[in-house]
Ligand binder design. Structure first.
Ligand code: FE2
Length: 240
């Protein structure tokens, strides 16, 4: 039975619920790559869900900074104000849960889980040039990552890096290493505003990239009503 792979939910309850409805009956466990909170208006609801349902989860940079004492210097102004809002909104039990989340890389059932990259949870792996040097640091044949909010990934060999097209299934071939990003549930930045996720079948050694439309207007309205930066609402409509 496949794993449901989710990342970067970012407190977007509407996108999250659409993903669960779309994936219903297609998986038997949930794997989460971090960034439960930040940007969106429903951090406690998403943390509650993760606590009760995730089979395995690692922290993201927003989880770390929202729940801990880290400074906000590395964040842009919208991320800074959303982090301050999230720190105030988090219930004590939500904060404690986020503080206890393990940092990647975390091995799980033959795959590795990281938020940014195998060497740095804050690193953005966007281009082939970003991915190529990581080959030396990959331990499992298949590593799932998030953080960029872009669905897709890379197939790596010693002398080549190939982009993975999201339009089709990716079959994991033994002679390669794979870095696979399920995309962002709650704030896609790859030009497609639909919520993104992936299904991974260990038996078939195959990843299926999926997208599902959700009520962007409602999620955006909640962001504005919460007093979060308007930019964070507007970008949901663009998927950028
Ligand atoms: Fe994120």
């Amino acid at each position: 039975m496949p794993f449901l792979i989710v990342s970067d939910i970012h407190a977007n309850l509407e996108a999250h619920q659409a993903v669960l409805a779309d994936a219903h009956g297609k998986y038997d466990r949930i794997v989460c790559l971090g960034d439960l909170v930040g940007y969106g208006a429903d951090p406690n609801a998403i943390v509650d869900w993760a606590r009760e349902n995730a089979a395995v989860i690692i922290r993201g940079n927003h989880d770390r900074v929202s729940a801990g004492p880290d400074g906000l210097e590395s964040f842009n102004p919208a991320a800074q104000s959303s982090t301050i809002w999230t720190r105030n909104a988090l219930l004590p039990e939500s904060r404690e849960y986020l503080q206890r989340l393990p940092r990647g890389p975390l091995p799980y059932e033959g795959v590795d889980l990281v938020h940014g990259s195998p060497v740095d949870e804050d690193e953005y792996v966007v281009t082939s040039s970003d991915a190529a040097p990581l080959l030396a640091h990959l331990e499992a044949p298949l590593t799932f990552f998030g953080h960029t909010h872009r669905q897709g990934g890379f197939r790596l060999a010693r002398r080549s890096v190939t982009f993975l097209a999201t339009a089709r299934r990716v079959e994991v071939e033994p002679k390669y290493f794979y870095l696979v990003n399920p995309g962002s549930v709650g704030q896609p930045r790859d030009g497609d505003p639909r919520a993104a996720y992936a299904l991974y079948s260990p038996e078939e050694r195959a990843v299926e990239f999926r997208r599902v439309a959700y009520d962007v207007g409602r999620a955006a309205a909640k962001i504005r009503a919460a007093g979060l930066p308007d930019f964070l609402a507007a970008r949901l409509h663009e998927g950028l």
